[in-house]
Design a binder for this molecule. Structure first.
Ligand code: FAD
Length: 474
């Protein structure tokens, strides 16, 4: 086969592999370059951060630890006798790895079925859409394409006060690989990743302290929802320290001594392991030749327009490596849009309708604007909320905490924001996404018939409440 392609994708995470499959489905001759190798270095691993060290393994551990916690603490009051419930960390990790292997192998199968050529090695974009690939033996080969899609993702940010120290101070990747439950666990950063990983290990028995430098908990989340979530996390035993700025961390006698400052002054924390979860940076190391024509913005993200076009003709970039939320589904949406644009179609990504989820317990999920954003923008709005405490299905599931909150335009009633803290918020938020994609009003949802008894009835009631008509709350 010739080394000239219609499309070469660099990176096989959810941005890149989805773009490659879509491009091939649209009849374009497509190759995908991926550098990730198996631990023995022999074979290529597809799926990127999401499948290997992100969304999927973290959710596998969240599901298992949730079941463990329920069996340990919540079964007895429901009449279920499950004595001496124990966790086998090795087996838990084997299950997690099995799920990852199945899914990453599945992508290899999809590439084959769709005719995507998979190239194993590090890709570098040269001038005129040439891609130089270096394999694990250091051999290079150059490929040419009409279009190149960069989808090289992101890497965890490291901070000088807490340098990575194997087995003690780790990033999110290391936190998915512990071989035993740490007695005391410190986490720097109360963002999505810190809270999810903290939840996993807290449910399995760790004493978890989360140090967050900012004073506002989850500032991107509607603050009524964030405050409710914080209250519930603290009730579960997560020690979340707001305004706690880490100044140093060192390993001494098999313990990590963390120094930080909060409103009360200098503090010390001793933990068995410390996870640094302060965010991620776009990954562009050794990616662009000086004359590639692709530029980065001031924060290191590849500069693209709203259609994901870079400044070099025929070169596109999607996913974590460009502006916007670092989310797998956002990366995939962009990948599909770019493939379709290359094929001559005119799709767009609706950035106002991208859902966000924190997979803690309770889950937190939202789409659209928060009250704080609308206030800043001077928009007139109305709000309807409904608590899961008044929802029969949530009670039956022993998960009757949290709420659904719907924000609508004061005049037109169009839904502007949809927020959930509570059971299965990650699934419930899809209703808000669909409603907003279709430009629904709160009344549209209020006029819809919802099955009884379901958690989704809280969506119905919150929509009714927007215009003052909720039934099951005084
Ligand atoms: P990536 O998935 O990072 O993939 C980039 C790929 O490019 C990698 O495979 C890399 O090896 C390859 N690559 C890089 N440079 C080169 C090169 N020069 N040549 C060849 N290959 C290269 N998001 C969600 O939406 N939901 C979640 O629940 C969720 N949970 C997460 C949990 C954790 C612990 C973490 C760390 C992240 C989580 N994310 C989640 C974020 C999600 O993983 C990312 O948003 C997503 O993976 C971004 O996809 P991407 O394709 O842009 O990049």
């Amino acid at each position: 086969m010739s080394d000239k392609y219609d499309v070469i994708v660099i990176g096989a995470g959810p941005g890149g592999y989805v773009a490659a499959i879509k491009a091939a489905q649209l009849g374009l001759k497509t190759a995908c370059v991926e550098s990730w190798s198996s631990s023995d270095g022999k074979s290529q691993v597809l799926g990127g951060t999401c499948l290997n060290v992100g969304c999927i393994p973290s959710k596998a551990l969240l599901e298992i630890s949730h079941k463990f916690e329920e069996a340990s603490h919540d079964y007895e009051m429901q009449g279920i006798i499950a004595k001496d419930v124990k966790i086998d960390v090795t087996k838990m990790m084997e299950r997690k790895s099995g799920i990852v292997k199945q899914l990453t192998g599945g992508i290899a199968g999809l590439f084959k079925a769709n005719g995507v050529t998979s190239i194993h090695g590090h890709g570098k974009l040269m001038a005129n859409r040439q891609v130089e690939v270096t394999d694990s033996d250091g051999k290079t080969k150059t490929y040419e394409a009409e279009n190149v899609i960069i989808a090289t993702g992101s890497k965890p940010i490291e901070i000088p006060p807490a340098p990575m120290t194997e087995g003690y101070i780790v990033d999110s990747e290391g936190a998915l690989e512990f071989d035993e439950v740490p007695k005391r666990l410190g986490i720097i950063g109360a963002g999505v990743i810190g809270l999810e990983l903290g939840s996993v290990w807290a449910r399995l028995g760790s004493e978890v302290t989360v140090l967050e430098a900012q004073d506002t908990f989850l500032p991107a989340v509607d603050q009524q929802i964030a405050k409710d979530a914080l209250k519930q996390f603290r009730k579960q035993g997560l020690n979340i320290v707001m305004g706690g700025r880490v100044t140093g961390a060192e390993v001494k006698r098999k313990l990590v001594n963390v120094s930080y400052e909060d409103g009360k002054g200098k503090q010390e924390l001793k933990v068995d392991k410390l996870i640094v979860a302060v965010g991620r940076r776009p990954f562009t190391d050794n990616l662009l030749a000086a004359d590639s024509g692709v530029n980065m913005d001031e924060r290191g993200f590849i500069f693209v327009d709203e259609k994901c076009k870079t400044e070099a003709p025929g070169v596109w970039a999607v996913g974590d490596v460009v502006r916007g939320p670092m989310l797998a589904h956002k990366a995939s949406e962009e990948g599909v849009m770019v493939a379709e644009r290359i094929a001559g179609q005119k799709p767009q990504v609706n950035y106002d309708c991208i859902p966000n989820v924190i997979y803690t317990s309770p889950e937190v999920a939202w789409v659209g604007k928060t009250e704080e954003q609308l206030k800043t923008e001077g928009e007139a709005y109305k709000v309807g909320t409904f608590p899961f405490a008044a929802n029969g299905r949530a009670m039956a599931a022993n998960a009757a905490s949290g709420m659904v909150k719907i924000i609508a335009d004061e005049k037109t009633d169009r839904i502007l924001g949809f927020h959930v803290v509570g059971p299965q918020a990650s699934e419930i938020v899809a209703q808000g996404v669909i409603a907003m994609e279709f430009g629904s009003s709160a009344e549209d949802l209020a006029l819809t018939c919802f099955a009884h008894p379901t958690l989704s009835e809280s969506v119905h009631e919150a929509a009714l409440a927007v215009n003052g008509g909720a039934i099951h709350i005084a």
